[in-house]
Design a protein around this ligand. Structure first.
Ligand SMILES: [Zn+2]
Length: 447
């Protein structure tokens, strides 16, 4: 197998080892073979100026929300009024339009240094709720989109069975989300197979949409496959109130009683938690996926990220609604939003936030990646330090600069699974990503 080499001016080797200079990364196939610090570049090595970090993981994505950017932020309302607008876009998608939109959305992520995406997928069927000829056609569109965009995909095939905790059936725009019951969901999702670049995972939409017995079925499905399991948890106060009223339990307690929590499980948002909920998530090593730019936009609230980490929950990050696709912004927002909520600074240190964006996110998505170390998938993301935002950065504070000052626009080069995807800020596979986004979104407007 051919060995290829990249030589980084600076490279971040994780929270313990920090930033090293003149780092040679040798890659065999899709994996890192060796990482050597303090050496000059050998002939044939590709030079990476600036600071190189592992690939970033977008732990929570709804690709189609990219079409909502800039169109849902004005006006009043809350999550529930926003959801009406979101359902309109969901209703306009078919497998071809979804392929086009998701390819462009994932390509935007690649440009931002994201090498793996967790797609929380529940647009399974046609708008009337009838399966397509291939019942996984919409999921296959997402898988193909990731291939075209040069990123890995964790397809979180999500079970969505009812409209609310009162047991009301799905109706209107929700019809296409549903498989009827958890057994039918498991059968359909079970025909999807892992393949290079694709990891199949399980999703529980929320305690609103999936009853406890069905949650247990989904958790067992994920357990048999050792697959990641993700669920929306306590994003909304109204969800907590309805859950308490209907079951006498919080969403976290209900999920716990259904056997959903554990080290392969990721609770998305985890915003409105009691101290007992934090204890349940932490004790089971359930990951918390924080999506601050979305949580801000939807007026969801600020979750107890510090308390979760202290209790034992790894943290990862998601751009969720894609109002912003920039994991540096998500990373600093975990700290900055919690500063506003608590009146204290320094709750989360920059190396820990960068670990949330990289290694912890890859763990949550089931990828052996997110660390610049031998044996890991070879994802190299390089951030130039010569932009007006980062000029003046020193090696000693490069990580602080990344977390508190860098933007997605500072990413110059991306290698994913050993393959160059972005060079000099240009997407090598999709080309003009802005034009692709424009076409895909206009196609939905025209409908
Ligand atoms: Zn979500």
């Amino acid at each position: 197998m051919t060995v290829r080499a990249w030589h980084a001016e600076l490279a971040w080797l994780g929270p313990e080892r920090g930033v090293a200079e003149r780092v040679l990364v040798e890659v065999e196939g899709e994996r890192i073979a060796a990482v050597t610090e303090g050496v000059d570049p050998p002939a044939g090595a590709t030079r990476l100026g600036g600071v190189t970090i592992p690939g970033m993981a977008n732990g929570h994505s709804h690709a189609f929300h990219r079409a909502l950017r800039g169109r849902t932020h004005r006006g009043r309302g809350d999550f529930w009024s926003w959801r009406e607008l979101m359902y309109r876009v969901a209703g306009a998608l078919d497998p071809d339009r979804y392929l086009e939109l998701a390819t462009a959305a994932y390509a935007e992520m690649a440009l931002a240094g994201i090498t793996a995406v967790g797609e929380f997928h529940y647009l399974h069927h046609d708008p009337a709720g009838r399966p397509y000829a291939d019942p996984n056609q919409m999921g296959e569109s997402l898988a193909e989109a990731a291939v075209r965009a040069g990123v890995r995909l964790t397809l979180i095939d999500t079970c969505y069975l009812r409209a609310g905790l009162d047991g009301q059936p799905l109706a209107g725009p929700q019809l296409r989300f549903g498989d009827g019951d958890a057994g039918t969901w498991a059968e359909r999702a079970g025909t999807l197979r892992d393949r290079p670049g694709l990891r199949v995972a399980a999703g529980i939409h929320s305690v609103r949409a999936v009853d406890p017995a069905a949650m247990a079925t989904v958790a067992a499905w994920a357990g048999e496959r050792q697959a990641p399991l993700h669920l929306h948890l306590s994003e909304q106060r109204a969800e907590n109130e309805a859950c308490l009223a209907a079951t006498g339990r919080t969403p976290a307690a209900l999920a716990s009683s259904a056997g959903v929590l554990g080290p392969r499980t990721t609770a998305v948002h985890a915003t409105h938690l009691t101290a007992e909920d934090v204890g349940l998530l932490g004790a089971t090593r359930t990951t918390a996926c924080i999506c601050p730019t979305t949580e801000r936009d939807l007026a969801d609230g600020v979750g107890p990220a510090r308390a979760l980490a202290d209790a034992g929950s790894p943290l990862c990050l998601g751009s969720d609604s894609h109002a912003v696709v920039d994991l540096f912004e998500e990373a600093r927002a975990v700290e900055l939003d919690e500063r506003l909520a608590t009146g204290r600074r320094g709750l989360h240190q920059p190396p820990d936030l960068l670990a949330a964006a990289t290694g912890s996110g890859m763990d949550a998505l089931g990828w052996d990646a997110g660390r610049l170390a031998p044996g890991r998938l070879a994802d190299l993301v390089t951030v130039g330090l010569d932009s007006v935002r980062l000029a003046g950065a020193r090696p000693a504070d490069a990580v602080d600069q990344l977390v508190f000052a860098a933007t997605a626009a500072d990413v110059t080069s991306v290698v994913a699974s050993g393959r160059p995807v972005v060079q000099d800020g240009h997407h090598l596979l999709v080309g003009d990503v802005a034009a692709a986004l424009g076409r895909a979104i206009a196609a939905l407007d025209d409908r």
